[in-house]
Ligand binder design. Structure first.
Ligand code: HEC
Ligand code: HEC
Length: 290
């Protein structure tokens, strides 16, 4: 280690660097530490005087400003709750048609609906409610159980094939597995449904035979015209909306093994106001609320 060199004129220690005979003195920056510390100290003292600070025996010093974040949060919670309870009370009790016509209610529905639907329903029906394989499109498809607000609210409340004493039962029978129809008959029916989509051509004889099979086995639930019946929850088989799939193989599967989709019952898990809010939200997604 080199010895510290002193500048002969000022007596200061040099840094040891030298540029063309000029040496640099090792002069530290001025000592601002004390200024810094005392500023902090002053600020801290000021803060403890103005703001809630020192603990005491029965509480704490509340500060000259009386600022209290806890109270502020409490206050805004109380205000939000009061506001919400006004419309959640109305949502729980008033006629759904009246509510649908009320702009302030529909604003609340549009603000609250996406999060409520996202948390509880999107997992099966998708965020935009357009469905997934096995889960119906409830934003666009005709409702199997009926599409007015009260019926939708009821479907959400009691579910379908769910664990609720009043639940709706939608039972597409397993015609193949339970040996009610043979393989050829199931194929004829699958061809018949595919032909209604315009994707297969049946001879008049094939069509007539399939129509008879349909009338004998399927019309009781799906209707003579195959357009579905809300009484049985059986869907329209002539349109473009399919819960399980519209290709021949999937249709054959539906007829062979049956289908019993489960829609959970939400009574007890969501409040009445939330269930009715979701009914309005779904109606709104469907474009059924002006
Ligand atoms: C675990 C999956 C699942 C979740 C979660 C779920 N659903 Fe469903 N939902 C279904 C299935 C499956 C059906 C179709 C049942 C059937 O008819 O076979 C259905 C049917 C429906 C129907 C009736 C459709 C019709 O055509 O009549 C509505 C309305 C509905 N769901 C709304 C909701 C709402 C609102 C939520 C959230 C609170 C929700 N669902 C959550 C699975 C789910
Ligand atoms: C007891 C009533 C009932 C009978 C009888 C019945 N269905 Fe169904 N069917 C339903 C219900 C309810 C559903 C909806 C099941 C679901 O969504 O989980 C359904 C669904 C279907 C589907 C699936 C539709 C889709 O969206 O993917 C097809 C295909 C179908 N039925 C064809 C038939 C044919 C063909 C027959 C006659 C052989 C028949 N059904 C007889 C009640 C019935």
């Amino acid at each position: 280690m080199a010895l510290k060199e002193r500048d002969e004129f000022s007596g200061q220690v040099t840094t040891g660097h030298e540029w063309n005979g000029i040496k640099e003195l090792n002069t530290p920056v001025p000592r601002l530490l004390w200024v810094f510390l005392s500023t902090m100290g002053l600020f801290a003292i000021g803060w403890t005087i103005m703001m809630p600070s020192w603990p005491g025996v029965s509480g704490y010093f509340r500060g000259l400003l009386g600022a209290d974040q806890h109270e502020a949060v409490q206050q805004s919670l109380v205000e939000a709750e009061a506001e919400r309870s006004i419309w959640s009370e109305r949502l729980a009790s008033e006629d759904l048609a009246t509510l649908a016509a009320d702009q302030s209610i529909m604003t609340a529905v549009r603000q609250t609906g996406p999060a409520l639907f996202g948390d509880n329903c999107a997992g099966c029906h998708g965020y935009s409610a357009t469905g997934n394989a096995g889960y119906p499109n409830i934003a666009e498809a005709p409702m199997m159980w009926g599409g007015d607000a009260d019926t939708i609210a009821e479907t959400i409340r009691i579910g379908i094939n769910a664990n609720h004493p009043e639940t709706r039962y939608g039972q597409m029978l397993a015609f193949g597995r339970d040996q009610m129809l043979g393989s050829a008959e199931i194929s004829a029916l699958a061809d018949y449904l595919v032909s209604m989509q315009g994707e297969k051509f049946l001879t008049p004889e094939e069509n007539a035979a399939a129509q008879t099979l349909f009338a004998d086995n399927c019309a009781g639930c799906h209707g003579e015209d195959a357009r579905g019946m809300v009484e049985t929850g059986a869907p329209n088989l002539t349109d473009a909306h399919w819960t399980y799939g519209d290709d021949r193989a999937t249709i054959r599967q539906s007829i062979y093994n049956g289908r019993q989709g489960t829609m959970p019952a939400w009574e007890g898990r969501l409040s009445t106001a939330q269930i009715r809010l979701l009914a309005l939200y779904v109606m709104d997604l469907r474009g059924d609320i002006p």
